[in-house]
Design a protein around this ligand. Sequence first.
Ligand SMILES: *Cc1c(COP(=O)(O)O)cnc(C)c1O
Length: 413
Amino acid sequence: MDRLQLLELSKKYGSPLYVYDTEKIASQYNRLTNAFSAVKNLKLNYAVKALSNINILQFFENLGAGLDTVSIQEVQLSLSTGIDPKKIIYTPNGVSLQEIEEVAKLGVQINIDNLSILELFGQKHPEIPVCVRINPHIMAGGNSKISVGHIDSKFGISIHQVPHIKRVVENTGMNINGIHMHTGSDILDIDTFLRASEILFDVAKQFKNIDFIDFGSGFKVPYKEGDISTDIEQLGLQLSERFNNFCTEYGKDITLMFEPGKFLVSEAGVFLAKVNVVKQTTSTVFAHVDSGFNHLVRPMMYDSYHHITNISNPEGRDRYYSVVGYICETDTFGSNRRIAEISEEDVLCFHNAGAYCFSMASNYNSRYLPAEVMLVDGKDYLIRKRQTLQDILQNQEIVNIKKKTKTKEVVTA
Ligand SMILES: *Cc1c(COP(=O)(O)O)cnc(C)c1O
């Protein structure tokens, strides 16, 4: 994205601000599609939770993508764009049977990740085919919070319990039409991924009516220069060949699915925040921006690295800064970072802010959620207004607590 345009946008829409470039989203989508061009039926379902603005969902729909959802609310958001429910897959974890039934009623593909609900659902709705989420017990993922396929993980049905799944199918007469895994975020090792895939093929061939295998996601993207990322092209070559062989063995051209979030939108987004104060202490120079972990929690929650540049003074001499926010708690975006000299009111740009940034933002400290802007062919569109005090007060009820007697006083803060 062009630096001067970003500065212009931060003036036009105010600070802080999220900006998403749809050109980058499309190029990532096409890259993944091309890597798997040898597969006859490929379906990419964008993981809505990474960035769930409905305009972004609409953009994916226009690209031909399906949508991967984890809650009934994400399903409803997706449907509000007019997408065909058949293009949505619902992969919840630990939700009630009732919610799953409601989603099934909407015509969305259900993916179940525990035996107890699978059995209850199969008994009540044997006519609705479901996908099962398998836990292949493979250690993958960038850190323990996003590694979700290992043996102690709460996600999926263990590969060792496949005989139980088969028994449930026999007892209920239900139909398994898909096999799914999602082993975690930030996968680097293609061999690990391929090993997990073998496990899925092994499970899939034990069911007669498989229409698709969903390999989840977890592709790693670069966060800074020199970062290694998942070699999508290599993975495409190896997995496509293996998948095509499986289709031959199985005797049917089934669909290969992925459900990436980060890979598709991380690099397409930036977060712009203005510097309120530059504070020199005895040890550190702090640059305080007009935001905090309320708007971008990943550095605090996952120790994630977000590259930070000063777009107001790109030619300035590099100095060392700790970039922090205005929250009344530690909210460090980056420590000891080399950044072009920062003055108060400069605009800092946080890179890789497309995935799990706005969608994880909160109103902590009663601050407003930032505005969001989408670039289409270089033209800017406001896709979410900045909040106002009205939004913060919206659902709060005013209760008049009266003092009744002298002895039973209600203490109000
Ligand atoms: C979060 C999630 C994804 C997306 O993961 P990324 O690392 O963002 O690609 C895919 N599938 C499921 C089931 C998820 O929960």
